[in-house]
Design a protein around this ligand. Structure first.
Ligand code: FES
Length: 128
């Protein structure tokens, strides 16, 4: 199986790896795992006072496609509203990275990670 140049570039030089302060009320955190392969992604967003995503970080214990998809989506969500971020689909990610079908679930995992990070942020806000 060959990965595209975009996957290789993001895999070899992944942007947005790291972590944000989980206790920060403006940070939403998710940890999602793929039942089919056992890989895990931790994804975090920080939302500014205007409701836009000011920062996003991830850690991926997974394959090249999961790492590249996470790095890409962490980049894409920057500056977006929660609604806009929610509308990033795994097919957009898979198309952009030219992921082979056998790796489609890796981009699904990242889509789920974004959704759950947003949910976590919103539930923190509700708790206030
Ligand atoms: Fe598990 Fe890619 S093979 S996330």
């Amino acid at each position: 199986m060959n990965y595209s140049k975009r996957v290789m570039d993001l895999y070899e030089n992944p942007k947005n790896i790291g972590k944000l302060d989980e206790d920060d009320q403006n940070v939403g955190t998710s940890v999602v795992g793929s039942p089919s392969c056992g890989d895990v992604i931790k994804f975090q967003i920080r939302v500014d006072d205007g409701g836009k995503i000011a920062d996003a970080k991830f850690k991926a214990f997974g394959c090249g496609a999961a790492i590249a998809s996470s790095a890409l989506v962490a980049d894409w969500v920057h500056g977006k509203s929660l609604d806009e971020a929610q509308h990033i689909t795994n097919t957009e990610v898979a198309d952009y990275l030219s992921l082979p079908p056998v790796k489609a679930h890796c981009s699904v995992l990242v889509e789920e990670a974004v959704t759950k990070a947003i949910e976590n942020y919103l539930s923190k806000k509700k708790g206030n």
